[in-house]
Design a protein around this ligand. Structure first.
Ligand code: NAD
Length: 279
């Protein structure tokens, strides 16, 4: 039995918390008694979610901007006390062939998905190390352990998040600060709109990722994969010779999942949001 009582009173900061996995996580941890601060670059959405859910603190943060991120953490600490947990969740996933990806977009994916996670981890570490306590949770993806056509830059960023987080775990061993990576499968949020999961891999609900994160807060682990089935498939495929693994990926339909099989009408609003440069 998980002792969720341990979460009560913890100060938890979640980036990209206005919607999707971040919002589901904030909601679940609030139910478990945590003090919740959500930050998001989408000011309208973060205010809406903050007031709708009566979170303890909410505001605009751009995870790619040192000043913005650092001031947000300062505000949270003034309002709620020392940050116990930082969940680096903000991320974007434009789809398409890499040769068609505008350079500015390539840089933004890397900026948000990688630099934002590194920056957040550094800022949180500087606060947590002197206290000898804290937990940094970085939202990667099963795409961090696999390679999926149509997601080349995104794949690269999630591989980077895993490498970075594993390194921190060793670099700050025995300091009292814990590090975890979360590897969700395709999840039903706006980020995954218009995309159907490959065979054998049902999409997850954001609440399932939230539950896995809640368990991580109680018992820190280096990695958690959600769903269990998708996680097991990706781990097994990763152990096989490359040609066999690639053939299995093709047999499951992964080759076209983020290219020809995308329902572009259903995905249009998301692609426009992340390509517009407003986040
Ligand atoms: P989402 O689009 O529903 O929510 C992401 C939030 O991040 C948005 O509210 C957006 O405004 C915010 N954001 C974007 N850029 C930001 C910035 N610079 N600063 C602060 N906030 C910013 O997406 P989601 O599905 O909830 O994804 C959350 C995380 O989970 C991402 O890191 C994503 O890569 C990862 N993930 C998602 C899936 C999936 O299928 N949905 C699967 C695996 C991993």
């Amino acid at each position: 039995m998980t002792d969720f009582g341990k979460i009560n009173g913890k100060v938890v900061v979640i980036t990209g918390g206005a919607r999707g996995i971040g919002l589901a996580t904030a909601t679940r941890l609030q139910q478990l008694g945590a003090k919740i601060a959500i930050g998001d670059v989408d000011e309208t959405a973060v205010k809406q979610s903050g007031t709708d859910h009566d979170f303890d603190h909410y505001g605009r943060v751009d995870v790619t901007d040192q000043q913005s991120f650092s001031s947000f953490l300062d505000e949270v600490e003034r309002a709620l006390g020392p940050v116990d947990v930082l969940i680096n969740n903000a991320g974007i996933m434009p789809t398409g062939k890499v040769v068609d990806e505008p350079d500015a977009l390539t840089r933004r994916i890397i900026d948000i998905n990688v630099y934002g996670v590194i920056l957040g981890s550094k800022l949180a570490l500087a606060r947590m190390l002197p206290r000898r306590s804290g937990h940094i949770i970085n939202i990667a993806s099963l795409a961090g352990e696999t390679h999926i056509p149509g997601l080349a830059t995104y794949n690269a960023t999630k591989h980077a998040v895993l490498g970075f987080t594993d390194t921190l775990r060793e670099e700050y061993r025995d300091t009292g600060v814990s590090f975890s990576s979360v590897l969700p499968t395709l999840t039903n949020t706006e980020l995954g709109s218009g995309v159907s999961a490959p065979k054998l891999m049902r999409p997850a609900e954001p609440e399932e990722i939230a539950e896995a994160i809640a368990k991580l807060l109680v018992t820190p682990k280096s990695k958690v994969r959600v769903t269990k089935v998708a996680g097991a498939i990706s781990q097994v495929v990763g152990l096989l010779p490359e040609s066999v693994g690639d053939a299995i990926g093709r047999a499951l339909g992964a080759q076209q999942t983020f290219l020809g099989d995308v329902d572009s009408a259903a995905r249009k609003a998301y692609e426009e949001r992340v390509r517009s440069g407003t986040e």
